[in-house]
Design a binder for this molecule. Structure first.
Ligand code: GLY
Ligand code: MN
Ligand code: MN
Length: 439
């Protein structure tokens, strides 16, 4: 058994402990966690790609099998109801035999609608955790995704087990290989589409397997924050390349961004500066630090950067107050990472789900938590030329900007540098850089 099998034992023990605690607190018998079902496309006999319930894949790396169930009360060995139909049309999943199987009582389900025969006889005091409330209805489970249970689980989602940390490390290891291949494809003249193919081929994952739609943006497309168009045509002139691309390992996500300049122009100097800014912010991470403070500090450092490069002149406070830094860096500094790219629980202040919203004026920040050991977060500062945001600035704010430089930078789009970081008690582990993506 490799190292992961050993770590998994403690992982599943911790999940059982959490279920035992919340079920006793809420006076319920346990959780019935549904992997999910296919969603049919409108007026079609085809389905969308299957995306498993994150509460299900928290238990085991089974990502592609709908109609499965985990029945857990935290005390007894959990049951896995494993869907294995008789079907000559589709590939039927093999009966599982892996490092995790010994931790479950496995029951095979051949017909999805016969699951009631394998569930607890009286499901009245059980809670359904999943997205198909109609299915819970048919099964007579009245408690569905109770807030108290979800709040508890989402709050603890931030506290990764060592198994989860290792999965995230491996997800980064895979994604880093893809990033290095994509960088090469950029310098060799690949189109956005070709770079994407290189990336996916290098990591050995399909578009449906990667944790989110990759952003592969050349030149001015780098300023479009959620650009996923993948042009087939190479631009006549190659200036810049922003790639935000991840990988999946046993259901855990990497989420990494790099920006490259084709030539060592002024834009290249700015990449180096944003890269340094990002490393400086990562150095500030430690248990007890509030994530929003890091976001605000990023604006301070960005204001300094704008001054240093003469992009905007003014004291730090006024560049922030006038919204100048926000026009160049409109998104949040980052988010929690794990089973989901934007892992749940980013605003959860406690087990009861007390929400701390993003600070005023920063609605796109996805995490307001106080850092603690074993949390995993992204740090992803950016700098973009987005005309619609710059145009909205007040005349006063506009007057401190060097528009000639803005015109010069516009064809390069923008810069984002994103790493995935584990906060340990005594140090930070930069998963992305330690796996070899240095700059
Ligand atoms: N790739 C999504 C994000 O960086 O949040
Ligand atoms: Mn990203
Ligand atoms: Mn991210």
């Amino acid at each position: 058994m490799d190292q992961l099998g050993h770590l998994y034992h403690a992982h599943v023990t911790e999940l059982n402990r959490r279920v035992a605690e919340i079920t006793s607190r809420e006076s319920i018998d346990g959780l019935i966690i549904h992997s999910g079902q296919y969603h049919r496309q409108f007026l079609d006999d085809l389905s969308y790609p299957f995306k498993v319930n994150p509460h299900f894949k928290a238990w085991l790396p089974l990502l592609d099998n709908p109609n499965c169930w985990i029945v857990a009360n935290g005390v007894d060995k959990p049951t896995l109801i494993y869907f294995r139909p008789e079907d000559f049309w589709h590939k039927v999943s093999d009966v599982p035999e892996a490092f995790w199987t010994e931790h479950f009582t496995i029951k095979l389900l051949t017909k999805a609608d016969r699951v009631a025969e394998l569930l607890p006889q009286n499901t009245k005091a059980w809670a359904y955790i999943g997205e198909h409330l109609d299915v819970a209805d048919v099964l007579g489970i009245t408690s569905r995704n109770p807030d108290a249970v979800l709040n508890y689980l989402h709050f603890h989602r931030a506290d990764k087990t060592h198994y989860e940390l290792e999965c995230l490390r491996r997800a980064n290891q895979i994604a880093v290989k893809g990033h290095l291949a994509a960088k090469q494809a950029f310098y060799q003249g690949g189109s956005e589409f070709e770079i994407q193919q290189q990336y996916l081929s290098e990591i050995g994952q399909s578009e449906n397997e990667v944790p989110y739609g990759n952003i592969i943006a050349l030149n001015e497309n780098a300023a479009i924050l959620h650009y996923t168009a993948l042009a087939h045509q190479s631009p006549a002139q190659r200036r810049s390349f922003l790639i935000d691309a991840g990988a999946n390992y046993y259901g855990y996500a990497a989420d990494i961004t790099r920006t490259y300049a084709f030539e060592k122009t002024h834009f290249y100097d700015l990449i180096v500066a944003v890269n340094q800014l990002q490393l400086d912010i990562i150095d500030m991470m430690k248990p007890g630090v509030k994530y929003p403070d890091l976001h605000i500090e990023t604006h301070v450092k960005l204001a300094q950067l704008l001054n240093t490069y003469g992009i905007a002149k003014g004291d730090v406070e006024s560049l922030i107050d006038q919204g100048v830094t926000k026009a160049f860096f409109p998104h949040g500094l980052g988010h929690m990472l794990g089973l989901q790219v934007h892992d749940l629980g980013g605003f959860a202040h406690d087990e009861r789900g007390t929400n701390i919203p993003a600070p005023e004026g920063h609605p796109f920040l996805r995490c307001t938590r106080t850092l603690a050991a074993n949390q995993v977060l992204t740090i992803e500062p950016g700098f973009y030329i987005i005309d619609s945001l710059l145009n909205q600035l007040s005349p006063e704010a506009k007057s401190v900007i060097d528009w000639q430089q803005v015109d010069q930078l516009r064809p390069y789009g923008g810069i984002r540098i994103e790493d995935n970081v584990i906060v340990h008690q005594d140090r930070n582990e930069n998963l992305t850089r330690e796996q070899g993506l240095i700059d």
